[in-house]
Design a protein around this ligand. Structure first.
Ligand code: GLN
Length: 544
């Protein structure tokens, strides 16, 4: 039977709970255990798919087509375990299921209540499909004390009883602030937060204390005394130089050992952490550096491009170089050529990431033109591929009005709404006025690559599978015009209907992909396209 680790946060948000969960899972995995991490989000959206990246950061897409919290990206990047729809649930999803059942009459006669109906649904979610696992880590979003998270904490309390002693533990992540005027670290917020959690019936077994200053023994002892945990189980967590140094740091502070002890197990041999020491070595001792210009819309908030940023770092790890990302707001230079050049000339390569809507599109198209004409490596992801096609159509294909129907009606729809596509279950159909939530072409789809293409040599394969999240596609009616302009369709959906990859063979590195390769990149297994893109940037840096 799987054992459970429930992870909650206290005092403030943004303590890096997700990173802690991912690191702990990686450490347990390095000891040979099979792990899976799940995320409970207390908000009322059914999923984060319709939320603005400014509100919520990136939407992470799984192979099975779920739009999930970005923490699932950390989980995958740290453990290599592919996340599934069933690994992320929100209050909204739980309530919507319960209300659907109520309307169907499934509860006929009963009053539908938070306890037991909502808590039962949460428990079912936590325990579903866990037979092949040693540890399930369940992270509860938000902060203890939030009204919205109460049913989740209550479900944990019940589950801890039902699973039986020794089969679950609670890890609580808190903040120990440093008051510089007094020159002291303060443990009171931690004490209060633990008291709050305990008053809901959940006594933590391990405390992870985020702090900006080293936690003296005396303060550890104080926290242990007031919070009712062994002193060793008070784990200090200082800021790390890189997120990939976090597993090693937590191991150094004894996190994995204390977690196993809390389960009543005396840890034997040390975990094999060579994977992490190699990554940290590559990050701390780079042999060069490159600057990548990312021309996007949400550049003020880096969480909006979380996986992209990480995939670029992974490309750097693969090439042993430091990757400096220059975030460029596409709206700043809608169309003005000299401003485009001024922003992009310092960059060794240019990337236009995924996006929705017209805002900033002209600035992106101008950047792509710059990359094409100046022979600077260009990587277009999803929207970035679509804009590369519009750029080619306008400036090489003579189609002045080339546009996307995403921006409104157009006489030259180089990019148009996808109304049907093949899934494993058959044809999926969409209409122009349909729901926006959960209706894109989502998740893993295969693509066939042309054997002579640049991409097939990068992947070293003609068959790939990548994750998607889009509603529009490049219109194959324009294939001839675009190919005459040097933009080759080198990857297509297996039925030959949807363009998946375009490339310019006469350019040092110019590739556009309809999918999101950044979602599958890992620090210990950098994605081939990012590896190759950064390699091209390194070559470019030697030219200038
Ligand atoms: N807005 C475009 C579409 O829906 C691109 C989406 C994306 O970049 N993820 O097709």
């Amino acid at each position: 039977m799987a054992r459970y680790i429930f992870i909650t946060g206290g005092v403030v948000s943004s303590l890096g709970k997700g990173l802690m969960a991912a690191s702990l899972a990686a450490l347990l995995q390095a000891r040979g255990y099979r792990v899976r991490i799940r995320k409970f989000d207390p908000y009322l959206n059914v999923d984060p798919g319709t939320m603005s990246p400014y509100q919520h950061g990136e939407v992470y897409v799984t192979d099975d087509g779920a739009e999930t919290d970005l923490d699932l990206g950390h989980y995958e990047r740290f453990t290599g375990v592919s996340a599934r729809q069933s690994d992320n649930v929100t209050s909204g999803r739980i309530y919507s299921q319960i209300i659907q059942r109520e309307r169907r009459g499934d509860y006929l006669g009963a009053t539908v209540q938070v306890i037991p109906h909502v808590t039962d649904a949460i428990k079912q979610f936590a325990t579903a499909e866990t037979d092949d696992l040693d540890f399930v880590l369940c992270e509860i979003g938000g902060t203890v004390g939030d009204i919205e998270s109460l049913p989740f904490i209550e479900a944990i309390r019940q589950l801890r009883n039902e699973l039986g002693r020794g089969n679950s533990i609670s890890v609580h992540v808190t903040l120990v602030p440093y008051i510089s005027a007094a020159g002291e670290l303060k443990t009171k917020p931690t004490q209060h937060s633990v008291r709050e959690l305990a008053s809901l019936g959940v006594q933590p077994d391990v405390l992870v204390c985020r702090a900006e200053q080293p936690l003296p023994e005396s303060e550890r002892a104080k926290i242990a005394l007031f919070c009712n945990v062994p002193k060793g189980a008070v784990i200090p967590a200082l800021d790390a130089p890189s997120i990939y140094a976090v597993p090693l740091q937590y191991h150094g502070e004894g996190l994995d050992t204390e977690v196993l002890r809390a389960f009543g197990e005396e840890p034997g041999s040390s975990p094999d952490l060579s994977r992490w020491t190699d990554i940290v070595d590559r990050l701390t001792n780079p042999e060069g550096e490159v600057t990548i210009g990312v021309v996007g819309k949400y550049v003020g908030l880096q969480d909006a491009y979380k996986s992209l940023n990480e995939a670029l770092v992974h490309g750097g790890i693969a090439n042993r170089v430091k990757v400096n990302v220059r975030w460029i707001d596409a709206e700043l230079f809608e169309g003005d050529e000299s401003e485009v050049a001024a922003a992009l000339e310092p960059c060794h390569a240019i990337l236009v990431p995924g996006a929705f809507g017209e805002r900033g599109a002209e600035g992106k198209i101008a950047s792509i033109r710059f990359a094409r004409e100046r022979n600077v490596p260009y990587f277009g992801i999803c929207f970035g591929m679509q804009m590369a096609c519009i750029e080619g159509a306008r400036n090489l294909g003579g189609i002045e009005n080339a546009s996307s129907t995403e921006f409104g009606e157009t006489s030259e729809p180089i990019v148009g709404l996808i109304t049907e596509w093949m899934t494993q279950e058959g044809v999926e159909q969409r209409e122009a006025g349909g729901d926006l939530g959960g209706t894109m072409r989502l998740g893993a789809y295969p693509a066939k690559l042309d054997g002579n293409s640049v991409v097939s040599s990068i992947y070293n394969s003609k068959d790939i599978s990548e994750r998607h999240r889009h509603r529009y596609e490049v219109n194959t009616h324009y294939r001839d015009v675009l190919e005459k302009g040097g933009l080759v369709f080198s990857g297509m959906s297996p039925d030959g209907r949807l363009p998946e990859i375009v490339e310019r063979p006469d350019h040092p590195w110019f590739i556009g992909v309809q999918f999101h390769p950044e979602l599958k990149s890992k620090p210990f297994d950098p994605h081939p396209l990012f590896r190759s893109f950064i390699e091209a940037a390194v070559r470019q840096s030697r030219l200038v």
